[in-house]
Ligand binder design. Structure first.
Ligand code: ADP
Ligand code: MG
Length: 733
């Protein structure tokens, strides 16, 4: 599974956008960012500092100034990464920087304009061109997904129901790492199709936002491309390599002001930057190299990028800067952040034959459909052979699909003609009985129907087979069309290699200069004066360096204090809110209710949050609902043997006393006046019971069980009740 276990560091490049019109009109201050493209250095000038204060210099893998072209950045810094993805590595490119510094421009650009196409559209071209030029024994499957993280919720941008769709959950798989469950994944067969996917997602992003600017600067957008490639290995078997590419346009890195906000707004502000501050913490922990804990689980973004930061991936970070003096602090923070990210070590490896490769499933399904189709065609041919009496010994495998299809069509046509002819003969046969004729004609009709059904089924199967097959891209197509372009690419590659070696040389030179400096120290001097001069010079240099570092330490301390204060403030607010909630719980929620809720609480480690367990476990609930007690078969509820007999006996007096439920309601209102027995008609009373009230001490028998106690009586139980109510008019008689 693993090849090339060596580790490599995250590649960090910096890009500065040109001054915009508004910034130009602001005055002659100009840009605070200077770049040395040859050495890969960014020199930052503090607009508030005195002239004597040294400028800050940072060195990166590459730097792109205001005049840089989209293509330059792609060819130098992104192309090698996409090549790795095509070879089966995981790759990530993320754009980091303040809002308005060109993250979206770098990642997406104006994709209609070839000059301004960003990393994502250029990667599409690259991937599909590579596939069309690869050898014909390779099969590819390309899939794309598009999601955004907004307020710590993952949303699918390709879901047609995006606006109302529920947030997706993150899951972990030991093979492929962290992934988003139920995320839409579109199989793309061409540049046009994948561009369509990108446009659909971009539109969903724009529609979902009430204020596009606000939304896009606060949400992270991830475009994911999976390229699976199947290729015969030296062992003769097909091997699959899977490359996953994450193209990430992060939210604006500027600090969201937390001062003065409370409640929901505070939570929102905390969530907006949660992913970014977690990203910062992860980068710091990884760059530090000493911390044993890397807080990946603190946010959705860091969980999704877990492999890209310190894991199995090759990563390029593009830090974008604005040249305006107004944003000096943010620019400096971005540069520091980027500088730290350089130290992260990844361990990329080729993902070979993973268990969850979709390409393998596709290949198996295609083989199955092909076998089915082949079998059907073979059967049709066999039948044709029987019909014609011809010899179809020719081995089916040697025929092409087209020939086979033609043979089958021919067979169906002949068969139809034959049946038609036979039907005609039957109709014209004058010696046959009408009934017999009808029967035979019906039979032929049925055979005709079967034939058509079979043909339809074969057609459907063929269509399914072709649809499946068309999803797989095969290398080696259009090789002629691209010969010229290929030449161009080759030249470009050479150019690129030359450029890389020149930059390598520069680094070598830099090292040489540093070496010279140390050698100088060991030099012997002819005179004392000379030595003093040289050493004073050296001292001055070192002193300047020391000042630089001191200033740097001061800056870092200030920043640390600031972020600490912010954190403390957030903590205070949250503590206050927590106290308030506790107060409500203690004073307004009965302890037993609280305990019930507490016992149902359960921490979901998968989702990293507390959840309520259902009152009745879902499966046992459905069981309870389904299963009825054996004694209750045919009844609404369990019922005793005695009651069953009672029901069977009907209004038998033996059981009537127990069955108060069967007694009818007495609709007459409670009587408080003296009772005239002669008017008290009880039409439903059975003759045998009619006499009972008088026998039992003159108690009026009532049939209502839902009225006051005096009327809740039945023929046998009323005795005791009557004794308690001797004062009532009913008993007074
Ligand atoms: P972000 O996504 O970082 O908020 P955008 O990509 O939207 O910033 O860029 C803000 C503006 O600056 C856009 O109008 C964009 O066209 C312009 N811009 C950014 N970078 C460049 C560049 N390198 N060259 C020319 N224009 C740029
Ligand atoms: Mg943007």
């Amino acid at each position: 599974m693993s090849k090339n276990k060596s580790s490599e560091s995250v590649k960090v490049v910096v890009r500065c956008r040109p001054l915009n019109r508004r910034e130009e009109s602001n005055g002659p201050a100009g840009s605070i960012v200077k770049m040395d493209i040859r050495l890969g250095q960014v020199i930052l000038r503090n607009p508030r500092a005195t002239a004597s204060e040294p400028q800050k210099t940072f060195t990166f893998d590459a730097v792109y100034d205001a005049n840089s072209k989209q293509r330059d950045l792609y060819d130098e810094s992104v192309r090698p990464l996409i090549d790795s993805v095509l070879a089966g590595f995981n790759g990530t490119i993320f754009a980091y920087g303040q809002t308005g510094t060109g993250k979206t421009y770098t990642m997406m650009g104006a994709w209609m304009d070839p000059e301004k196409r960003g990393v994502i559209p250029n990667a599409f071209d690259h991937i599909f061109t590579h596939i069309s030029r690869s050898q014909s024994d390779r099969q590819y499957l390309v899939r794309a997904s598009y999601l955004e993280i907004y307020l710590e919720e993952v949303r699918d941008l390709l879901d047609p129901n995006h606006g109302n769709a529920k947030a997706l959950e993150l899951r972990e798989n030991p093979d492929s790492g962290v992934y988003v469950s139920d995320l839409t994944s579109c199989v793309c067969k061409s540049i046009k199709e994948i561009e369509e996917v990108m446009n659909v997602g971009n539109q969903a992003r724009a529609v979902g936002a009430t204020d596009m600017n606000e939304h896009s600067s606060r949400s992270h957008a991830l475009f994911l491309i999976t390229v699976e490639c199947s290729q015969p290995g030296p062992d003769g078997r097909k091997h699959i390599r899977v490359g996953r590419l994450n193209l990430v346009d992060l939210a604006g890195s500027e600090r969201q002001a937390k001062t003065g906000v409370q409640g929901e707004r505070l939570k929102e502000a905390a969530k907006i930057n949660l992913s970014l501050s977690a990203l910062g913490n992860v980068i710091s922990a990884l760059a530090d190299g000493r911390s044993s804990h890397v807080p990946y689980r603190d946010s959705k973004l860091t969980r999704l990028l877990q492999d890209s930061l310190g894991g199995n991936a090759k990563t390029v970070m593009v830090a974008t800067l604005g040249p305006s003096p107004q944003h000096y602090d943010e620019t400096l923070t971005t540069l520091r952040y980027a500088n730290r990210a350089k130290n992260i070590q990844n361990q990329p490896r080729v993902n070979e034959d993973p268990k969850d490769a979709l390409l393998r499933e596709f290949q198996m399904e295609i083989a199955r459909l092909r076998a089915q189709l082949h079998h059907r065609k073979w059967r049709s041919k066999q039948k044709k052979e029987q019909v014609d009496g011809e010899d179809w010994e020719g081995d089916g495998d040697e025929e092409t699909d087209g020939e086979e299809e033609k043979a089958v069509e021919e067979y169906v046509k002949l068969e139809e003609q034959r049946l038609e002819r036979e039907k005609q003969d039957i109709r014209e046969d004058q010696f046959m009985l009408a009934d017999e004729k009808q029967r035979l004609l019906g039979e032929k009709e049925r055979m005709m129907g079967d034939l058509r059904k079979e043909q339809e089924a074969t057609e459907q199967l063929t269509a399914k087979y072709k649809a499946m097959e068309s999803k797989l891209l095969v290398g080696g197509k259009n090789i002629m069309d691209h010969t010229n372009e290929q030449q161009k690419m080759l030249e470009m590659k050479r150019h690129e290699i030359a450029e890389q070696s020149s930059s390598e040389r520069e680094i070598q030179q830099q090292m040489l200069v540093q070496d010279e400096e140390t050698v100088e120290l060991r030099e012997t001097f002819t005179s004392l004066q000379q030595e003093v001069e040289a050493k004073t010079k050296k001292l001055k240099k070192l002193y300047a360096k020391l000042q630089c570092i001191k200033a740097e330490i001061q800056d870092v301390n200030d920043e640390h204090v600031r972020s600490r204060q912010e954190l403390e403030q957030t903590q205070n607010e949250l503590t206050r809110e927590l106290k308030f909630k506790y107060l409500i719980i203690e004073n307004f929620i009965p302890p037993e209710e609280k305990n019930k809720i507490m016992s149902r609480l359960n921490f979901d480690t998968e989702e990293d949050q507390w959840k309520f367990q259902p009152l009745v476990p879902a499966e046992s609930k459905s069981l309870q609902m389904k299963k009825r007690p054996a004694s209750a078969v045919g009844y609404k509820r369990p019922i005793s043997q005695y009651a069953r007999v009672a029901i069977a006996m009907g209004p038998h007096s033996r059981y009537r006393a127990e069955n108060i439920m069967f007694l009818e309601l007495d609709m007459t209102p409670p009587n408080t006046a003296s009772l005239d027995r002669s008017t008290d008609s009880e039409p439903n009373q059975s003759p045998s019971l009619d006499g009972s009230p008088t026998k039992e001490g003159g108690v009026r028998k009532s049939r209502s069980w839902c009225q006051t106690p005096k009327s809740i009586t039945s023929s046998s139980s009323n005795v005791s009740l009557a004794a308690c109510h001797t004062a009532t008019p009913m008993t007074a008689q």
